[in-house]
Design a protein. Structure first.
Length: 118
């Protein structure tokens, strides 16, 4: 196995990951105190994770996912710099919209992409 990678792995954006954790907590209608109790950690620890001061372990991400009733991918995909991951995340988000709203979003994304291609 080669010790060099074809492309260096993207760096994890701790603040973006923390924001994704916080957003999912809000969608689950839980407070930081609720999450702290569920996970058996302090509220300050939850706050530090959500602010990106501390990066959660993989085990902790699974615990958050279990508490929020979602998959770990809901935290990782939105913050990934890999286009394929971003496409999966967008697809999931689009799937939750009504057809007319989905069409609107797709049209807007298309226009934005055209604008940035210049």
């Amino acid at each position: 196995m080669s010790s060099s990678l074809k492309h260096p792995p993207p760096q994890l954006d701790a603040k973006a990951l923390g924001s994704a954790l916080a957003a999912r907590r809000v969608r689950a209608q839980l407070s930081q105190e609720d999450v702290a109790e569920i996970l058996g950690i302090g509220q300050e620890a939850v706050s530090r994770l959500e602010r990106g001061v501390v990066v959660p372990s993989l085990q902790r991400l699974f615990e958050f996912a279990n508490a929020y009733g979602c998959g770990v991918d809901e935290f990782i995909l939105p913050v990934s710099a890999i286009p394929k991951d971003q496409a999966v995340w967008l697809s999931k988000r689009l799937g939750s919209l009504l057809p007319a709203d989905r069409e609107f979003v797709v049209e807007m994304v298309d226009k934005i992409c055209d604008r940035f291609k210049r």
